[in-house]
Design a protein around this ligand. Structure first.
Ligand SMILES: [Zn+2]
Length: 270
């Protein structure tokens, strides 16, 4: 354990840490390897906040190679208890529009082959991910988004795929018919690993496109990388503003169940 208690962390695009004051870079290593980049720690108002650029500060790590376990473990070692994450999402529904933000309440994992648990050796544990996102942080985020009059959704299921390619039309229509509202490549296993470390996790999706298009809407073109980058750039500012509003509202003490995720979950005898 590193001798430093930082309560809140942000995982996301690389622009965020420029808002922190007195930033210190910590190049750390964990038993799961090195995180995506240095852990940046700085002040945001009265709070000390950690930040990791999920894809590296120069965006050199594709979603399927993000060291998810090392990222969560590194934050855990700093004492982080709450994670606010942002990421681009494609929309699978007409009412989830590019340019809007969404606060996830569920995910469906369609990825494969990712190292997605801290419990794969001598300790057996089965944590509940029935509610994978922190209810307390979701409430704060939704109130802050309302105050800022942002166009946002306070819930939504995100389908998580391995990538890096975008979906076929057939895949996209399966994901929406199976109940997902949005699609993304990084929410899994990030959210699940945070739960295994009993951290609160908030996922904010920046809707950039309509994935492979929408059924029966020939006017809506399938996603392209250049379109994602264009809309994402516009959305980052909104998401950053939202995070700046959320952080001061986070109470010192947690009242949600996230901190008790391992109670009764470990079945290995001591
Ligand atoms: Zn929580």
């Amino acid at each position: 354990m590193i001798d430093m208690a930082i309560d809140i962390a942000v995982i996301g695009g690389s622009g965020f840490y420029s808002l922190l004051k007195n930033v210190e870079e910590h190049r750390v290593s964990t038993r799961y390897g090195r995180p995506s980049d240095a852990v940046m720690i700085g002040k945001l108002g009265k709070r000390e906040v950690a930040f990791i650029a999920r894809h590296g500060r120069k965006h050199t790590i594709p979603p399927q190679r993000v060291p998810y376990r090392a990222n969560i473990e590194a934050l855990y070692q700093f004492g982080v208890k709450r994670i606010i994450s942002t990421g681009a999402v494609g929309s699978l529904r007409p009412d989830y529009k590019p340019g809007q933000l969404a606060i996830f309440d569920q995910f469906v994992n369609y990825t494969h082959g990712r190292a997605d648990t801290f419990y794969d050796d001598e300790v057996v544990a089965h944590v509940s991910t029935a509610e994978p996102y922190c209810g307390e942080l979701r409430k704060i985020a939704s109130k802050a988004a309302k105050n800022e009059k942002l166009a946002f959704h306070d819930s939504g299921t995100v389908a998580v795929i391995s990538g890096p390619r975008f979906s076929t039309r057939a895949e996209s229509s399966i994901f929406s018919s199976q109940g997902s509202h949005m699609i993304n490549m990084t929410q899994y296993p990030e959210a699940a690993l945070a739960r295994e470390r009993q951290m609160c996790y908030l996922g904010i999706g920046l809707i950039t496109d309509y994935d492979a298009g929408l059924e029966g809407r020939s006017d809506i073109k399938p996603v392209s990388t250049s379109e994602v980058i264009r809309i994402f750039g516009k959305n980052v500012e909104k998401a950053t503003g939202l995070i700046l509003d959320i952080i001061p509202q986070i109470p010192e003490k947690r009242t949600c169940g996230c901190s008790k995720a391992l109670e009764g979950a470990v079945i290995t005898h001591k």
